[in-house]
Write a protein that binds this ligand. Structure first.
Ligand code: ZN
Length: 324
């Protein structure tokens, strides 16, 4: 049996980042003011989560996937890399307007091609912070082809205000950007193929505009995606005395939010489960012992780790992710 796995966060500094991964989520960012992402669970090339303690201390996620695939992923899983990438993201400045390929399109651009469907849960948003997600109804390809050189692409993009607690599903092919002032949790397919459509006229650290990928972006854009609206959570009963909602469900992942102070036993699913503490503290107990997780921390429960029990120390909000 594999133990619950905690990993060292992979901290990414990018020019649109800020300081809230430290101030709000307790990440070790030092004095940096451009901390953009904390990759909590990653098996993406050389970006590898490394186990922090216990019998597998020092192992990378890729090592565990290759040596213990069934124990980690489940006895019927066929993946050879960990399928999800889970992160916290602090957009002090807005991100580029972008689009990702689906699985089929991704194979054209990368041999390990996996597309990128992503989901966001807004943790904090400054007043007036914006989300750009999906095209306005009726947009056709030639609208975009004309708008790019004319500089009025935003006329065709659905834009709305970000509110803490809201969640969004951004399927591959959706035109999107996270606006400035948003702190969020992101669950996505393990993929980093991003095609930029628009970068707000900004210059990179070398003083030149960052590269756009207009042709690839227009090949991958799904004109039917939009306008994207917040997900409508629905309550799930029978798991615990907490308020449990399913906030996102798609073919790649299912995300639930648990809120309350009651303990619960994880149901054995023969699937891994990921828990991110968004508020409060929880204890995770298994045959390997008990560990406390603070706000901003993440644990991966392997498929064969059972029994396993989660106990909020006080009222807590916990995000659960698993593969259907
Ligand atoms: Zn994206």
């Amino acid at each position: 049996m594999l133990p619950p796995l905690r990993f060292a966060p992979l901290i990414k500094r990018l020019r649109w980042g800020g300081t809230r991964l430290g101030s709000s989520l307790g990440k070790p960012i030092g004095t940096a003011t451009d901390t953009a992402e904390s990759w909590e669970i990653a098996d993406h090339g050389t970006d590898q989560s490394v186990v922090l303690g216990g019998p597998l201390a020092g192992w990378s996620l890729a090592q565990i996937v290759s040596q213990h695939p069934a124990e980690l992923l489940g006895t019927t899983a066929t993946q050879t890399t960990f399928p999800l990438l889970v992160k916290f993201l602090d957009a002090h400045d807005r991100l580029s307007l972008q689009v990702h390929p689906n699985d089929q399109q991704a194979r054209r651009y990368s041999p390990v091609g996996r597309g990128k469907t992503e989901a966001w849960l807004i943790l904090e948003a400054l007043p007036g912070s914006l989300i750009y997600a999906g095209l306005k109804s009726g947009t056709i390809l030639s609208d975009l082809q004309h708008a790019i050189p004319a500089g009025n692409l935003l006329d065709f993009v659905h834009v709305f205000e970000a509110h803490p607690g809201d969640s969004y599903l951004i399927p591959a092919g959706t035109v999107h950007a996270v606006g400035e002032g948003v702190l969020l949790a992101e669950i996505q397919q393990t993929s980093d193929i991003t095609f930029r459509l628009h970068d707000w006229g900004r210059l990179g650290t070398d003083g030149r505009p960052r590269q756009l990928h207009l042709q690839e972006a227009l090949e991958c854009v799904d004109l039917t995606r939009g306008p994207i609206l917040p997900q409508r959570p629905h309550t799930i009963s029978g798991i615990s005395a907490n308020h449990v909602e399913e906030i996102v469900a798609c073919e790649h992942f299912i995300i639930r939010r648990h809120q309350g102070r009651h303990s619960w036993n994880l149901e054995p699913r023969d699937r891994f489960q990921i828990f991110m503490v968004l508020d409060g503290q929880i204890d995770v107990s298994s045959d390997f012992g008990e560990e406390t997780l603070n706000k901003g921390e993440t644990v991966l429960i392997p498929a064969n780790c059972s029994p396993c029990r989660l106990r909020p120390i006080s009222a807590a909000t916990v995000l659960e992710t698993f593969v259907p």
